[in-house]
Design a protein around this ligand. Sequence first.
Ligand code: ZN
Length: 238
Amino acid sequence: MSELFKKCRSDAEAHARAEYPRESCGLVVSVRGKPQYVPCRNQSDETDHFILHPEDYAAAEDLGDIVVIVHSHPDVGPEPSLHDLASHAVSRTTWWIVGLVNGVATWHEMPASGELALEGRVFVHGVIDCYTLVRDYYRQVLGITLMDFHRKDDWWNNGENLYVDNFTKAGFVQVDTPEQGDLIVMAIGSPTPCHGAIWLDGDVLLHHLYGRLSCKEVYGRAYRECTTHILRYKRAPS
Ligand SMILES: [Zn+2]
């Protein structure tokens, strides 16, 4: 590890100890090329993953470039959980995990991996679909890790109603008027609300329709008429 990061490592370790037995999380921000550790609030109530508070993430982004995502593993080693592996894979950022076992800190580093851009993706059922785009937007742009759902091809025609059944669990509430980052749920080509899009300022949707590339487009009348729910993220999943 570069000398440059030594202070960040010791600051992150001190933070992990201070939060113990809770899981700590934070960011290393490069401020004009000088890395510094920024402790963040963990919004998750669960022990196997963390959710960076979006305000803390936004504040860190204002300071400089986010270069490392850090979290702790109280009482277990620093090896990534399945959740960590998946989240890391799509974060396009280096991760550090510090395990704290019997007061001894050990580190695991995961180099940044490639990540799909939000626009121009090819649709692959259940792997790269409209909800994958929603999750990636929340993670990359808002620093929020949304729960994932196992989904089969054509679930909306087979008695499943994944968006409607799960939005409360995933931390969303229904609202009347969309704001930046809200989730627009639509019934497109099916009576079941089966399509999710992100609403962006300027009345634009960022979404990924079956058989098309992911893209931004105007939230026009055709989409409004298919809309069944406008959802806003309010809290950590429960
Ligand atoms: Zn972890």
